[in-house]
Design a protein around this ligand. Structure first.
Ligand code: A2P
Length: 286
């Protein structure tokens, strides 16, 4: 990966920019509008949102304004959203999608994901629920309203049934940062031609004070945030760092002019769990 505009090919041949802009925990309103506009002005073409983040209307305003002001065509942007857990099932997913499209002021989405799998803790028929939701995603995809479809926070056992359907997931977006590589899930996705995206590539900021990472960052004369983002890229994962701070939004794009050496990649890959969201897809009850 040599630039923020480099792309990765999904299993349906649609291209996804290798670095995206996260919007989880970005407050709705002016803050979201300013952050997303700042990101697009500074080169991001891939914006990751979700109905569950509660900021789609503001992100929609930002996209509309950026398209008008930055001389960018809609096709140059890659916009993702996700169907929230309360909207699972065929009919509800279709309705949720239409609302998301309206809130984002778009005519199509580049990527739509099932935000969390229905799990066995909550539902006896969890697999059936996920398949029903997936059927809606598949129909929307076949109608051309979405360019690519996928899932988020799915582990191997959640993914298995979906892989037996007509259209296989193109993406799985999971928590991924030093100390939390989810190697089994990543390996399973790679083996099945599913691109992995990293939510919270900075561990929601928790990684920034880690001594191992601080030492490595010093060696490359970079920030810890840049090391985490570059490390994800070198692991062939699409990172989605979030920030509402202009200097950081820019800093997080400056990861294409250096390379982390193999020995440091191994050192980071071998880091033990040192904090994360604590959200286990099999345990969450939301
Ligand atoms: P803020 O949004 O206030 O700028 P993650 O992407 O892993 O969820 O991490 C997001 C958190 O990390 C946010 O609190 C964000 O703060 C902070 N952050 C993002 N980029 C940087 C950076 N380059 N340096 C320091 N903190 C950052």
């Amino acid at each position: 990966m040599k630039s923020i505009n480099d792309t990765v090919l999904l299993n349906n041949k649609y291209k996804i920019p290798c670095l995206g802009f996260g919007t989880w925990q970005t407050p709705d309103g002016e803050t979201a509008i300013k952050a997303v506009k700042c990101a697009i002005e500074n080169g991001y073409r891939h914006i990751d949102d979700a109905a569950g983040y509660g900021n789609e209307k503001s992100v929609g305003v930002a996209i509309e304004e950026a398209l008008a002001e930055c001389n960018i065509k809609r096709e140059e942007l890659f916009i993702t959203s996700k169907v929230w857990n309360t909207e699972r099932g065929y009919e509800k997913t279709i309705e949720a999608f239409e609302k998301t499209l309206k809130d984002l002021r778009l005519e199509y989405l580049d990527l739509y994901l099932i935000h969390w799998p229905a799990n066995a803790k909550q539902f006896e028929n969890w697999d059936e629920i996920n398949l029903d939701t997936w059927r809606a995603m598949t129909d929307l995809y076949k109608d051309g309203k979405i360019k690519a479809i996928g899932v988020s926070n799915f582990l191997e056992h959640h993914l298995k049934s979906l892989l037996d359907t007509e259209i296989k997931p193109m993406v799985n977006q999971i928590e991924f940062h030093p100390g939390m590589m989810q190697k089994e899930t990543v390996d399973f996705c790679i083996a099945n031609n599913i691109v992995v995206e990293a939510w919270s590539p900075l561990g929601t900021g928790r990684m920034l004070s880690n001594d191992v990472l601080i030492k490595i960052a010093k060696k490359y004369n970079r920030s810890v945030a840049q090391i985490c983002i570059r490390w994800a890229l070198q692991n062939k994962v699409v990172p989605l760092p979030k920030s509402i701070t202009p200097s950081r939004i820019i800093e997080n794009t400056q990861v294409f002019d250096f390379e982390i050496e193999e020995m440091d990649m191994v050192a980071i890959n071998n880091m033990k769990y040192c904090g994360g969201s604590g959200l286990n897809p099999d345990e969450v009850d939301f």
